[in-house]
Design a protein around this ligand. Structure first.
Ligand code: DSN
Length: 426
């Protein structure tokens, strides 16, 4: 077969883009070369519907071992009794949890998308808002912190079957115990989607959701720095507080219900090559090196937030406890959309983001979301954050001056030279 140079040239261009740019999208990261290499391996050819030791296909002896390794390592990282490593994404993981324990039409309560929540937490354009009856809590207008009183009031009024915590654009700690307390009062499950801060939770740098949430889901490619994918975790497998049964009416352990909800409930054959890459990434997370990485993420985010604040940027909630921050640009007279576009011209990648109580649409937005996991992987420390913030500031203060923007692009490209990315790839 002739090599498809058209596609491989594009892959190489993407490598160069990643090398030369400042990657500040909070949900992105640079997986290690061994993780990337494992995503393109011959296990991709294998069908393995089912789970290790109980498959619907022959020839699964080897993929059983990589999948079991991924499960065991993930359980070790988070000290959990149950892990499912098959979800193809975080959205698939959330879909499986909901399928496992909800009935169509059941009420759910999550953080509003426009307040930092996620599509799969009940948005009307997503399965979660179409199959279930979504209700939302917000963040407070003044502080930008989760409004737990609103959450509790709505929970008592609506009596949802599930309360969802976790977010895509929220920079502060969660009070999982408080959410569980009201959930117990009304007989609801609690699901935490820890996709964003999972790598920090893995190293005990943020509060753990596991004691208080019946289910915890995550992606594997954000702060966990693995391949693209999802996972589901349960701290105590025996916990089946509402006597849930399977389709045949048998009382089931939560792990059984969850396994069935992933396959055959929402997915077919697992992506065993991705699962092999997950196993490698989980092995990396178990090292002391990753502990240092996670600590550096928090140090960098705090240094960055301080540098932004010194330039009078309005950070929602006034700062960050994790790897990201949400910035309201209204006092800078530039929309999130324009900021994203003009920063892109300077090879600085961020995403426009609605801020709480935004007066602009999701396509325009008043804010941007900025995160440090990827630049921390590149090797940056607190001392480098001033350059990053200065570069962003110069662009946003001169968005229509092509010379300024081009000058910053040149500076960014030169700056990034010192942080080698995949040098083995030539
Ligand atoms: N799209 C992801 C993010 O950027 O946060 C969430 O799934």
């Amino acid at each position: 077969m002739q090599r498809d140079t058209l596609v491989f040239d594009l892959i190489n261009k993407e490598l160069e883009r990643q090398r030369h740019g400042l990657e500040l999208i909070a949900s992105e990261n640079f997986a290690s070369l061994q993780v990337i290499q494992a995503t393109g391996n011959v296990m991709m050819n294998k069908y393995a519907e089912g789970y290790p030791g109980r498959r619907y296909y022959g020839g699964c002896e080897i993929v059983d071992q990589t999948e079991q390794l991924a499960i065991d390592r993930l359980k070790q990282i988070f000290n959990c009794e149950y892990a499912n490593v098959q979800p193809h994404s975080g959205a698939q993981a959330n879909a499986a949890v909901m399928l496992a324990v909800l009935q169509p039409g059941d009420a759910i309560l999550g953080l509003d998308l426009s307040m930092g929540g996620h599509l799969t937490h009940g948005s009307g354009v997503n399965f979660s808002g179409k199959l279930y009856k979504p209700h939302f809590y917000a963040v407070t207008k003044n502080e930008g912190l989760v409004d737990y009183e609103m959450l509790e009031t709505k929970a008592r009024e609506i009596k949802p079957k599930m309360i969802i915590c976790g977010a895509s654009a929220y920079s502060r700690e969660w009070d999982y115990a408080r959410i569980r307390k009201v959930a117990d009062e009304i007989g609801a499950f609690v699901m935490c989607d820890m996709a964003h801060p999972a790598g920090l939770i893995a190293k005990n740098l943020l509060a753990s959701p596991f004691e208080h949430c019946h289910f915890v889901t995550s992606t594997t490619h954000k702060t966990l720095r693995g391949p693209r994918g999802g996972v589901i975790l349960i701290k105590k497998d025996s916990e089946n507080p509402f006597g849930l049964k399977d389709v045949k009416g048998n009382l089931r352990m939560m792990s059984n219900l969850m396994d069935m909800a992933v396959f055959p409930g929402t997915q077919g054959g697992p992506l065993e090559h991705e699962i092999a890459a997950k196993a490698i990434a989980f092995g990396e997370i178990l090292t002391d090196e990753f502990t240092g990485y996670a600590r550096q993420i928090i140090a960098n985010a705090q240094a960055m937030a301080k540098a932004f604040a010194e330039k009078d940027y309005q950070i929602i909630s006034g700062g960050t406890d994790n790897h990201l921050m949400l910035i309201d640009l209204r006092n800078k007279n530039i929309s999130g959309k324009k900021a994203e576009a003009v920063l892109g011209k300077a090879d600085i990648t961020i995403n426009k983001n609605m801020v709480p109580y935004d007066d602009k649409s999701a396509f325009v937005t008043s804010g941007i979301r900025v995160g440090v996991p990827a630049i921390t992987t590149r090797g940056m420390n607190e001392g480098h954050m001033q350059f990053v913030v200065n570069s962003i500031d110069k662009v946003l203060m001169n968005p229509d001056d092509e010379n300024v923007v081009a000058g910053i692009k040149k500076e960014v490209n030169e700056f990034m030279e010192q942080f080698k990315l995949y040098p083995e790839l030539g």
